[in-house]
Ligand binder design. Structure first.
Ligand code: ZN
Length: 201
């Protein structure tokens, strides 16, 4: 197990398109475990391989509550409760989408910034599990939002690209000017965001 470095915007490596996985090798299983450990350590609920500089189509997700005050279990939808967690998906693909929803999204690659993003409300996720078996899972709620956010990463896209042009340019200019808070400030910021139940995807 290892904690990997998470790339941060505007790192150009976050813009690369990731390649599909043909076979789940021992090396890829290890990478999935390392990504989970990295995600838990950073207190995120989702992480894409692109964020740890691996240009392959792999995402890990866990939206179960970790601590008091985090995302609460009674808020999970029926589909969310029925989904095995942590969710490790190779070649994730949304094969069906329906309706619209919005959420105040954050990202481990754009720390401390949160903005409202519109996504499909109900989706069907097709992917391959750790055993190499293909599956299709219906999902909604935060889980469906997180899946769409992570798949964007595999296509070199970030949530700040999905805002209005004005908002997107503003936040990018802000990051260029001020960067990100140092880790110590970030800790207090993330404690504060826990109270607002803001989570990084
Ligand atoms: Zn993200």
């Amino acid at each position: 197990m290892a904690i990997l470095e998470i790339l941060k915007y505007p790192d150009p490596r976050l813009r690369k398109k990731c390649a599909p996985v043909k076979e789940v090798t021992a090396e890829l299983k290890q990478l999935a475990q390392d990504m989970l450990e990295t995600m838990y350590h950073a207190r995120g609920i989702g992480l894409a391989a692109a964020q740890v500089n691996k240009q392959i189509r792999l995402v890990v997700i866990d939206i179960r509550p970790k601590e008091e005050g985090r995302y609460k279990v009674d808020q999970l939808t029926e589909w969310e409760k029925q989904t095995p967690m942590p969710l490790i998906v190779f070649n994730p693909e949304v094969v069906k989408r329906d309706g619209k929803t919005t959420y105040d999204e954050g990202c481990l690659s754009v720390p401390t910034y949160f903005e409202t993003v519109e996504r499909a409300k109900n989706i069907e996720l097709k992917g391959m599990d750790l055993t190499g078996k293909e599956f299709v899972l219906p999902m909604d709620g935060l889980l469906a939002i997180c899946v769409q956010h992570e798949i964007d990463h595999l296509d070199g896209k970030l949530f700040i690209d999905r805002l209005s042009m004005i908002k997107s340019n503003l936040i990018k200019a802000k990051i260029k000017k001020f960067g990100y808070p140092d880790p110590e400030d970030q800790n207090s910021a993330s404690e504060q965001s826990d109270e607002d139940e803001e989570v990084s995807l």
